[in-house]
Design a protein around this ligand. Structure first.
Ligand code: COA
Ligand code: AMP
Length: 630
């Protein structure tokens, strides 16, 4: 038993004010918070109310003023372009201050929103910090999303300005961003008349005079701008994440709670020291990128790696080991799917022999369940602890982890170990009754959530309540299913709602269904996730065609794949559709998606499946089962 963990965990739940009040001393405040935890408007909670600070100041200026000015803050390693560049804390601070000047010059003020649609280039991080510096709220949209998804986010966030680049580089492909963003701006109902665009050497994008401004030219004209104090409870960013429908949820992150929790996590969860190199191989468009590429390492005075490449193909499956060696990476954080990709290409780890990674300490994995096979492979190969940890866009840091800075527990493959301090994780049945150890149910977190977790959804308190708090009053509903074993280890077994995880990317099956339903030959459909050895899950659609459709099924299936790719993006990986005669339904006509989901999961797990006796139309499920097995 880890006593440090037990002590921290107990105190965090029994006296959250003392626990997080202590952690907050590590943050520089212009004005100390009046209250650590404000619970006067339950079930809405606010952390560090009355405190004034600036996230950018804490991550950059503070370190420049306190001995880290010449330490490398950001290493940009881009096998995609054959570039490696290092930026000191002073250099990043100066670039950020100047880009903040560009934002101000473009009319962006404190509280305004800015959309950042960028590939993995240092300018993405600079733009994010520049927003934080002036109290503007950024919303980064993952570069792999199609124009329609970008337009949805523009409409919801109502940005003053969009920051983008001429292209992204995806392995061996160059993806032109400008046509995508022009199309998104055309589709969006919120009219936006300012774009700052970074022209990358690989692609020179045509500019629209009066609307599009060149990054370099604007930087040359701009004056550096200082940090603006903001309330701890003011939003730092909005990050849209897939919910159960095509309308993503705008997760809000506040400034104060976020800075406190993230800085605390670097020592206590990741066990990194300031000055060491921490690498999160993710994308700035995802929460892992926000928290552990951009914010946490710099809040903590560490060095972060911004890697524009893939685990394989850039140039080979030794890419990660090369980066770990070249930059003296102590801790790597990525998704299990990245390791499955490496394992597929280099099953015996031959490429690792080319590199010296003896200083490498810990591998952290998250974003999807870490399957025991991948755990054993990575752990045998690297001979360092391989730590699974579970979290969500909504929380911004891990809900459960083996806290390496608080005395590690023995690892149990398949489990992210125990709830992190601050998280009172419980397992409930459908009626909200707590389940004993060993029984699988809905995973919930007793309120209040710790700092950094979403205080609400962007301009939508109602949806926040409906999605997360109403299902089980007094608890936050995670959307995941799971259980505790007899030793109190938590197991997260997968989503119990219409969300799936494809190659570590969170996607809405409901959103895919909405798109499929627009096909003229489709009467109704259900999309669920099916297990995939490489990507964790892949979507599969079951479709009923309208009566009288004569078009060959093969053509319809291809059209549906193309439609989802065009509307959501290639990352949806929607390729498989099975045409069936009927879908199972309740008496009131609701499609039994949960039942289909459970059946597919059991079949994929090679477990026995019996059709529930309560189903009115078992033949419809039998047909789906036969088609799927076929
Ligand atoms: N911009 C444009 N297109 C993108 C993109 C981006 N940023 N990211 C992915 N795509 C495209 C891919 O090129 C691919 O297109 P294709 O169908 O034409 O081949 C498609 O979307 C599917 O991408 P993906 O599922 O990522 O598959 P992949 O084979 O290209 O790569 C992995 C597989 C495992 C290497 C990759 O998914 C990966 O590194 N995943 C880790 C995810 C992660 O970091 N998650 C965050 C949590 S830590
Ligand atoms: P995202 O918001 O994109 O980070 O996705 C969050 C979802 O990914 C969670 O609700 C889980 O379903 C899944 N997830 C993330 N990390 C893990 C993990 N370590 N184990 C199991 N599932 C995970």
């Amino acid at each position: 038993m880890s006593q440090a963990y037990e002590k921290a965990y107990r105190q965090s739940l029994e006296d959250p004010t003392a626990f997080w009040g202590e952690a907050a001393k590590d943050i520089q405040w212009y004005k100390q918070p009046l209250k650590v935890l404000d619970d006067s408007a339950k079930p809405f909670y606010r952390w560090f109310d009355g405190g004034r600070m600036n996230t950018c100041y804490n991550a950059l200026d503070y370190h420049v003023e306190n001995g880290r000015a010449d330490q490398v803050a950001v290493i940009y390693d881009s096998p995609a372009t054959g570039t490696v560049k290092r930026f000191t804390y002073r250099e990043v601070r100066d670039e950020v201050a100047r880009f903040a000047g560009v934002l101000v010059h473009q009319g962006v003020q404190k509280g305004d929103t800015v959309i950042i649609y960028m590939p993995m280039v240092p300018e993405a991080l600079i733009a994010m910090y520049a927003c934080a510096r002036i109290g503007a709220v950024h919303s980064v949209v993952f570069g792999g999303f199609a124009p329609n998804e970008l337009a949805i986010r523009i409409n919801d966030a109502q940005p003053k300005l969009l920051v983008s680049a001429s292209c992204g580089i995806e392995g061996k492909k160059t993806i032109e961003y400008k046509p995508l963003l022009d199309k998104a701006l055309e589709l969006a109902t919120h009219k936006l008349d300012r774009v700052v665009l970074l022209q990358r050497p690989q692609v020179k994008a045509p500019m629209i005079a009066g609307r599009d401004f060149d990054w370099v030219e604007e930087m040359e004209k701009a004056q550096p701008v200082d940090c603006v104090p903001v309330e701890a409870t003011d939003p730092l960013y909005i990050l849209y994440t897939s919910g159960t429908t095509g309308m993503p949820k705008g997760v809000v992150r506040d400034n104060g709670g976020h800075a406190v929790a993230l800085k605390w996590s670097m020592k206590n969860i990741y066990n990194v020291k300031p000055g060491e190199v921490f690498w999160a191989a993710s994308d700035v468009g995802w929460v892992v990128g926000h928290s552990y590429i951009v914010y946490a390492p710099l809040l903590y005075g560490a060095t972060t790696v911004l890697y524009e490449g893939k685990p394989v193909g850039t140039p080979d499956a030794g890419a990660f080991w090369r980066v770990v060696q070249d930059h003296d990476v102590k801790v790597l954080f990525t998704a299990p799917t990245a390791f499955r990709a490496i394992k597929k290409e280099d099953p015996n780890g031959e490429l690792l022999k080319k590199y010296d990674i003896q200083h490498f300490r810990t591998l952290f994995l998250a974003g999807e369940r870490l399957d025991p096979d991948t755990y054993h492979w990575a752990s045998n190969l690297l001979k360092v602890p391989v730590v699974d940890h579970w979290w969500q866009t909504e929380t911004g840091w891990s809900i459960a982890a083996n806290c390496m800075g608080l005395g590690a527990f023995p690892i149990k493959p398949g489990s992210p170990t125990k709830p992190a301090p601050g998280y009172d994780v419980r397992i409930l049945d459908g009626e909200g009754k707590e389940l004993p150890r060993g029984q699988e149910g809905m995973v919930v977190i007793k309120l209040p959530l710790p700092p950094s977790c979403l205080p609400t959804l962007w301009k939508n308190d109602q949806k926040y309540l409906e999605s997360y708090l109403d299902p089980f009053p007094g608890y936050y509903f995670t959307g995941d299913g799971g259980y505790y074993d007899q030793d109190g280890y938590l197991y997260i077994m997968g989503r119990v709602d219409d969300v799936i995880n494809v190659a570590g990317h969170r996607l809405s099956t409901g959103g895919m269904e909405e798109i499929i339903a627009t096909h003229p030959d489709v009467a109704e459909c259900a999309v669920v996730g099916m297990a995939d050895d490489f990507k964790g899950q892949l979507p599969i659609g079951f479709v009923v065609l309208k009566a009288g459709v004569t078009k060959p099924e093969k053509i319809i299936v291809d059209e549906l794949a193309a439609l989802v790719r065009q509307q959501i993006g290639a990352i949806a990986c929607y390729k498989k559709t099975l045409v069936v005669q009927r879908l199972p339904k309740t008496r009131s006509g609701k499609i039994l998606r949960g039942t289909i989901r459970k059946m597919i999961r059991k079949i994929c797990d090679k477990q026995e499946y019996t059709i529930p006796s309560t189903i009115d139309d078992p033949a419809s499920l039998r047909e789906i089962e036969a088609q799927f097995r076929g």
